[in-house]
Design a protein around this ligand. Structure first.
Ligand code: CA
Length: 225
């Protein structure tokens, strides 16, 4: 999952960046409203963590512009503006959740997980797909109830695919989920992760659609024969 962090306070920004990266998210960090607008309108993010008091352009304006171009990315406002009117304005401008500073990093993580879950159309905290489960809280994966050990990158590839069964993700789209701006990407790494995941979960679990990308098939509807 790839996140945009918009925060002008260097200390807060660094600690949130480190905490999100430690959870395995690819994170791009910008420190003013103008850069936030540019990044948000040109890159594809799974979630935006948005401060409101920002140089150049207020966070609320950045949010309104995103929603005006029909961008549906989930938005978690993280701000020190604690008045009820600010919270109402933020949510009514299109934010999905509102977190007051100072906040606990565990709460930030839980809210991020909840927003990602909802945006993928899930209510249950676990990803369950046939014989495979992924737990985004503990980062544990199982096959037939047996734990499967995954690297952070393998986890990220699997999560991106299992979050949207039936959706084909190209190599470039998977790279975008795994890497932020400053990460080095070598050309065949996605293939390496896919190869390793197939060894661990069975060759048919992730399918290669020639010339298009990779997909985990939708599960058959319960009761269908
Ligand atoms: Ca600020």
């Amino acid at each position: 999952m790839r996140l945009l962090l918009v925060e002008d306070d260097v200390m807060i920004g660094e600690s949130v960046l480190d905490a999100l990266r430690a959870e395995g998210y690819a994170v791009d960090w910008v420190r003013d409203g103008g850069l936030a607008d540019t990044a948000w309108s040109t890159e594809s993010y799974d979630l935006v963590v948005l401060d409101l008091g920002l140089p150049r352009q207020d966070g609320l304006q950045v949010l309104k512009r995103a929603r005006a171009r029909r961008d549906r990315t989930p938005v978690l406002i993280a701000t020190a503006r604690d008045a009820v009117s600010d919270r109402v304005a933020g949510l009514d401008a299109g934010a999905d959740d509102y977190l007051l500073k100072p906040f606990d990093l565990d709460e930030l993580h839980a809210r991020v997980r909840a927003l990602l879950r909802r945006s993928a159309g899930r209510a249950e905290p676990l990803f369950i797909h046939g014989r495979v489960t992924l737990n985004p809280v503990t980062h544990e994966a199982t096959l037939d109830n047996q734990p499967v050990s995954l690297s952070q990158r393998e986890w990220a590839v699997l999560e991106a695919l299992i979050a949207r069964p039936g959706t084909i993700l190209s190599r470039v789209q998977l790279e975008e989920k795994l890497y932020g701006w400053k990460d080095e990407v070598s050309s065949n790494t996605i293939e390496v992760y896919i190869h390793s995941l197939r060894k661990k979960f069975g060759a048919g679990f992730i399918q290669n659609i020639r010339g298009m990308g990779y997909v985990i098939r939708r599960e058959p509807e319960a009761g269908a024969s």
